[in-house]
Design a protein. Structure first.
Length: 510
């Protein structure tokens, strides 16, 4: 972005039109690049004199200042002084107090006294005295990322971003709407997706629509343009608050481009509430897979993209595609304006044929309204409790397990002599919970493994009291019995532990 005083716009016809650069400005861009490069090693004051001269010769002094502001961010300035300026000033001022400076000779005497104290000559004192002032700092290096053409591209992008800082609402159509929605959510902006005759349109509400505009929100809003401009085919229409008067600004991919510079890193989540919840949920071992920013949901003429979705993915069960999974959507309603809450409730009312959980900030007092729209409300204060969400998911899970079990055959007869419950569940495409209470006439359940009784008996012949546990484990594994503890118990043995060195197999009666 540029500073507000660098903003160049035309208000012709009641509109709001940023004054972008043209081919004729390429020479100016090249000249300013050369000005900075030519002043490496010189004081900032000399550089500013050259820039002032460029302003007098150019058609637009604001354009020169805007380009120079971008280039100055690529420059490194240093304070260069033989003696630290603060130390020099202290010695000089103390000397001046003793002399009582009121004339040039007395000033010269004070400088000479200060030079004696510092052990340097008077010229060194003069050179060091104010070397840290901005105008005396030296341009140490200048390594720009741009050539003249890309400098103009960066200027146009920055100019448009500055104009967008005062936007109250923006409508964007793009060939990549999903990417823009992700950018909007990560920037913490309020939005909705509307269906139009020309396709889906992203509507973003600007900072002036909040209780009070904040600089941080305005900067995030302007940064959105960088993500928009990275797409191939887009059109943006913004309502600008121009000192109390509403004006319309329209931009397209013909106006603004990103000059090969990656976007500023954006936060992963809209808020700390979302981030904390995601981290806590993903640390647990559940049969639900957390999905960030799932597909849009139709809400009448609009579209809603929930914050998360939970896919039921029981361990061991193989699902051919995500579409075959049972999905529960999850929206977190934080503290927004009453108007935005009402708009969100309107969306929830038109969402049909999906399972939706809504965590709602208690301060909104919207739980009853959400429940009235046939969605499960989970009130929270400060942070969303994972337990509350899991309790709600378990209600779905219980029904899913019961439905899956009802579709299984009355008796399950695996071909293998020994097979884990997880493998049986995977074979039928269900959870372990759905199969463990089924009937297995040819097998016995040993721990979490199904084993034919004859196989268990044969494995028992390999075990004897007094053998090392490691040897017993190896013998049992040849029969497919990997849970040695459960198998030994079923065979009438126990383990006598010997500290950390291992154990010995003993009969339970011993």
């Amino acid at each position: 972005m540029l500073r507000k005083e660098h903003l160049r716009v035309s208000r012709a016809g009641g509109g709001y039109h940023p004054q972008f650069t043209g081919e004729d400005d390429r020479a100016l861009a090249a000249s300013l690049l050369g000005t900075f490069q030519g002043h490496v090693g010189e004081r900032r004051a000399r550089l500013r004199e050259a820039l002032d001269e460029a302003e007098r010769e150019a058609d637009s002094f604001k354009l020169v200042r805007g380009l120079a502001a971008l280039l100055e961010r690529e420059a490194t300035f240093e304070t260069r002084a033989p003696v630290p300026p603060r130390r020099t000033r202290r010695a000089t001022f103390e000397s001046a107090e003793s002399v009582g400076v009121a004339s040039d000779p007395e000033r010269a005497e004070a400088l000479a006294t200060a030079a004696d104290r510092l052990g340097v000559d008077v010229d060194t004192v003069e050179q060091s005295l104010y070397a840290d002032r901005e105008e005396n700092q030296v341009l140490a290096s200048f390594d720009p990322r741009w050539d003249p053409e890309t400098l103009l591209q960066q200027y146009d992008l920055s100019l448009a971003q500055t104009a967008l800082f005062d936007a109250t609402e923006v409508h964007v159509r793009s060939s990549e709407p999903a990417d823009l929605v992700r950018a909007v959510k990560r920037l913490g902006l309020m939005y909705e997706v509307q269906r139009t005759e020309e396709g889906r349109e992203l509507v973003v509400t600007g900072p002036d629509s909040l209780f009070s505009a904040t600089r941080r929100y305005g900067i995030s809003f302007a940064r959105l343009l960088r993500s928009v401009a990275k797409t191939d085919d887009w059109r943006l229409s913004a309502t600008i608050d121009d000192r109390g008067r509403e004006r319309t600004m329209t931009l397209t991919d013909e106006d603004v481009a990103v000059p090969g510079v990656e976007p500023v890193a954006e936060p992963t989540y809209d808020s700390s509430v979302e981030a904390e919840f995601a981290a806590a949920f993903e640390s647990l071992d559940t049969d639900w897979e957390l999905v960030r920013e799932p597909e849009p949901l139709e809400t009448g003429n609009r579209v809603m993209i929930p914050d998360f979705a939970f896919d039921y993915a029981p361990a061991g069960a193989e699902v051919e595609s995500v579409a075959d999974r049972f999905r529960v959507y999850f929206e977190i309603m934080g503290f927004w304006t009453p108007e935005y809450v009402e708009k969100k409730l309107s969306q929830l009312e038109t969402v049909e044929d999906v399972e939706l959980l809504v965590a709602v900030d208690e301060s909104l007092a919207a739980s009853e309204a959400i429940e009235a729209r046939d969605h499960r409300a989970i009130p929270y204060s400060g942070s969303v409790r994972v337990k509350d969400v899991l309790d709600a998911l378990r209600e779905f899970e219980d029904d899913l397990v019961a439905d899956a079990a009802a579709e299984l055959p009355e008796e399950i007869v695996p071909d293998a002599d020994a097979i884990s419950l997880a493998d049986v569940a995977a074979e039928y495409g269900v959870s372990v919970d759905a199969v463990e209470d089924q009937s297995f006439p040819d097998h016995r359940l040993v721990g979490r493994t199904l084993v034919r009784p004859g196989v268990l008996e044969s494995a028992g012949e390999e075990i004897e009291s007094g053998m090392a546990l490691s040897d017993a484990e190896a013998a049992l594994e040849t029969y497919g019995l990997t849970d040695a503890s459960a198998a030994l118990s079923a065979l009438g043995y126990r383990v006598e532990w010997e500290g950390l060195s291992g154990g010995t197999v003993r009969e339970k009666a011993e």
